[in-house]
Ligand binder design. Structure first.
Ligand SMILES: [Zn+2]
Ligand SMILES: [Zn+2]
Length: 216
């Protein structure tokens, strides 16, 4: 995979996105992206796919069937799962192994001390691959919290997303995460077609700060 030509955070109309799986993959293929991940929301939330083994399996099979028509782009069957305010994660069919890529995201406003404590709790119990839009819901940022969060994520082997929907406001955390040994991923968090693959500025940021991109 060429991580510079990837978009690992896209929502289809199976959750709260506006485009079909076919439109996503066809557009990614036209853009000559190397790898994409379709990361729908699962769980009890509004606009989420009701999580049970059969909906997960049927969706995964559907994505694989459509992807066969577009051999130029690699398509990962993924999910974006909420990290709850008690430090638990939305549980999907016992565990989250049915997915090829799992993004864990906080979708509640938090200050950075709560944020780091949630990350500490959730990584003890759950595994996910990428921390989605790490500062998308952060109300404050304290450097000591950022440094602690960087260590937690590096120890858990979790990749930090560079989101074009929620462009990072503070670079201190990115540098701390890099120095702690984290890798990074590119994600548009696209809910509509024109947002897919729009990651130029995040790629430039990765280059400027020398943030290594992860391969999936
Ligand atoms: Zn999100
Ligand atoms: Zn998302």
């Amino acid at each position: 995979m060429n991580p510079e030509k990837s978009d690992l955070h896209i929502h289809s109309d199976m959750s709260d996105g506006r485009m079909s799986v076919e439109e996503i993959i066809s557009h990614a293929s036209q853009l000559r992206l190397d790898t994409i991940a379709i990361t729908d929301h699962f769980g009890p939330c509004y606009g989420c796919i009701k999580a049970n083994p059969s909906t997960i399996e049927r969706r995964g099979q559907f994505i694989r069937d459509v992807a066969l028509q577009y051999p130029r782009v690699r398509v990962l069957d993924g999910a974006e799962l909420d990290i709850n305010t008690d430090g638990s994660m939305v549980e999907v069919a016992e565990d989250v192994t049915p997915f090829e890529l799992v993004i864990g995201s906080i979708h509640q406003m938090t200050n950075s001390s709560l944020w780091v404590s949630l990350l500490g709790k959730v990584t003890k119990k759950y595994h996910f691959d990428i921390l989605g839009h790490w500062d998308g819901y952060l109300t404050t940022y304290r450097e000591s919290d950022g440094e602690m969060a960087a260590e937690i994520l590096a120890d858990a082997g979790i990749v930090v997303e560079l989101s074009s929907r929620y462009p990072p406001k503070d670079y201190h955390f990115l540098i701390a995460a890099r120095d702690a040994g984290c890798k990074f991923s590119l994600g548009s968090d696209a809910h509509w077609i024109s947002a897919i693959g729009q990651l130029e500025s995040q790629l430039q940021l990765a280059e400027a700060l020398e943030l290594p991109l992860a391969e999936f």
